[in-house]
Ligand binder design. Structure first.
Ligand code: AMP
Ligand code: ZN
Length: 114
């Protein structure tokens, strides 16, 4: 989608620190990390938020799970633990209207979130 920053990153029109890519996903380091490890897993397709996912996108969620599994092992947080966050719409604190999965780790993640 025009003027979507994550569409542009997925299309390599804007540089990012890519850590993973397959046919349907990219993952890159968050520009403003909130933990020692903070990556974003982003569908290449423009999906505005979690509830805009279609049942036909089920395969995408399998890929997201596989990417989380691979990335957390590679980034050394699979055993210590990590948090996956999908901020959704206004009260969820979503600031980029293109679905993304935050993967945060490398320190203890507090609860409740702010
Ligand atoms: P959210 O607030 O959940 O929508 O998350 C958006 C995230 O995207 C924030 O953590 C930002 O730091 C991150 N972000 C915004 N622009 C970029 C960019 N160009 N490259 C990497 N991360 C970005
Ligand atoms: Zn987009």
């Amino acid at each position: 989608m025009a003027d979507c920053i994550f569409c542009k990153i997925a299309a390599k029109e804007i540089p990012s620190q890519l850590v993973y890519e397959d046919e349907e996903l990219v993952a890159f380091k968050d520009i403003n990390p909130q933990a020692p490890v903070h990556v974003l897993i982003v569908p290449k397709k423009h999906i505005p938020h979690l509830l805009a996912l279609d049942p036909a996108d089920a395969d995408l969620l399998k890929r997201v799970h596989a990417a989380i599994s691979k990335l957390t092992r590679e980034l050394g947080i699979a055993d210590s633990g990590f948090r996956v966050v999908v901020n959704t719409l206004k009260d969820g604190g979503q600031t980029v209207p293109h679905l993304h999965f935050h993967v945060l780790g490398g320190r203890f993640m507090n609860w409740p979130p702010g």
